[in-house]
Design a protein around this ligand. Sequence first.
Ligand code: NFS
Ligand code: SF4
Length: 632
Amino acid sequence: MAKDRERSIDRASLVMLKKADEENWETAWDRFEKMQPQCKFGIEGVCCRICSMGPCRIIPGRTDHGICGANVDTIAARNLVRMIAGGAAAHSDHGRDVAHALLLAAQDESSDYEIKDPVKLREVANVYGIGLNGASDREIAVALAKRALANFGQQEGELELAHRAPKRRVERWQELGIMPRGIDREIVEIMHRTHMGVDTDYRNIMKQGLRCALSDGWGGSMIATELQDILFGTPTPIRATCNLGTLEKDQVNIVVHGHEPVLSEMVVVAAQDPELLQLADKVGAKGINIAGMCCTANEILMRHGVPVAGNFLQQELAMMTGAVDLMMVDVQCIMPALSDLSQRFHTKLVSTSPKAKFPGVEHVEFSEEHALDIAKQLLRMGVENFANRDKAPFIPQETMDLIGGFTAESVFDFLGGTYRATYRPLNDAIIDGRLRGAAGIVGCNNPKITHDFGHVEMAKELIKNDVLVVAGGCSAIADAKAGLMRPEVAFELAGKGLQEICEAVGIPPVLHLGSCVDNSRILMTLAHVVNEGGLGEDISDLPVAGAAPEWMSEKAVSIGFYFVASGVFTTLGMPLPVLGSENLTRLVTEELEGTVGGKFAFEPDPVKAAHLMIDHIDKKRAALKLKEVMYA
Ligand code: NFS
Ligand code: SF4
């Protein structure tokens, strides 16, 4: 058992981990300990399994080349871009499903979904050049959904949404030959180029990696975000609570875990169903409590204020409370360990996506056509399972308040005042030095780093130095649990300049911008800030930085690369698997800055990493000849 090192800074998680130790329940932290030492070839990116002459691994001075003759740069670059392809595929396939759901909803009068944001519908349709004159919402939505779906298999041309980037940025991408074409095409091209004996030039391989990552951020992920907003409503700031204490002792607890809100949106609706509530009453429950896990949590938090049970490393812990009557999962970041674990508890684990089944786990397949009925069926299973619950579940009592639901649009509303929606006040605050700059902290948890420590300590250090923080994915949940998403925390932890901003507009110093596909909201925010004027002409001119302090997934790699390719300096709490190749390491941590304007830095200490970001922000401020930071 991993008792000898700090596993988490989150109190609820520590309480559960202690209980797990006592009961001998295994967690990811335990499996992580058993896995030590982890393979150095893998960590450094120098193992190749691409063909069956291998596997090959590079041992300097002994085997400098694979059997085919591939050198360490080729091998590490191929491995790395395959991670980008995996991440871009996951985000984009999600986007495709949303586009499909929008199409069905718009074509079918009796659909359970409706178009909730007609303003955004028109705005996004406009980006695609869809004629709006006299067309109804439904007609526009059909046209938009079809155009978005076509973006995936598109062979020629450029992704329309990528043209929302500042003009200079688009020109740079075009000059470099990395303007994304079709989303699927970029992913397939990575798989082709990294097949045995195709692309050998690590720079050329990485160029395609950048183009693929851009097709995620300014393509698949942005389609997911924008079309979800159209279909489910664009979030507005909303109060909620988070952490394992949001599980209710005397209610039916339904945990929705995964990523795609097409189902969870309906679950939220179904939880109001009088018949189900009556049934809950009959089994002795005081109601039905929906709680989210991972990015699905972020989605329904933003739109409905549904409580968040936890982030990635808390999924097993939630089940271990014995209070979860049903956990439904769809796709991505679902630990296979849940299926064995669910055998030990009364929790009914149900998979819902044809793309993600688990041996021995009940499967109730979701379809958009019968969305509400399926949601009700799932809830009913949970309610009926309440009776099987241990009478004394073990729920850590920690909860925390937060405000979630910020978007690229609501930053407008908030900072610009009610009468004139504009980024002017935000830009001015940066220009006059009240704010030093802004930072986006995103990404996962990883047992290699004390759970939530990387996110929270970095965010605290940044806000202390008058850097406004926006957060997404599991990072946002970490900050929320630590109380950083309450407006009043500004007075305790933020620098004086940021404090003044937070007080004037009533926002927390750390803004929750949603799920991981919603990191595209950060891209749009950056584009708006550039377009507002006064801070340079490109994203790479802005005093901003990005970070993924606890990253683990391929999606995070894709996100990191689309930030860097968009001109953002980005720190990672763990190195990318490139250290075995000096050339590739130099490319991603130095040379990329000369072409795309962004680059990576690897720094495990979150406070040190925050200072790398602050130094970068100061460098950009100096280049823009901005005033000194007001309260330095
Ligand atoms: Ni993002 Fe969301 Fe979390 Fe990482 Fe997984 S849930 S999509 S990949 S672990 S932040
Ligand atoms: Fe080895 Fe080359 Fe095959 Fe990779 S592609 S496994 S380096 S022979």
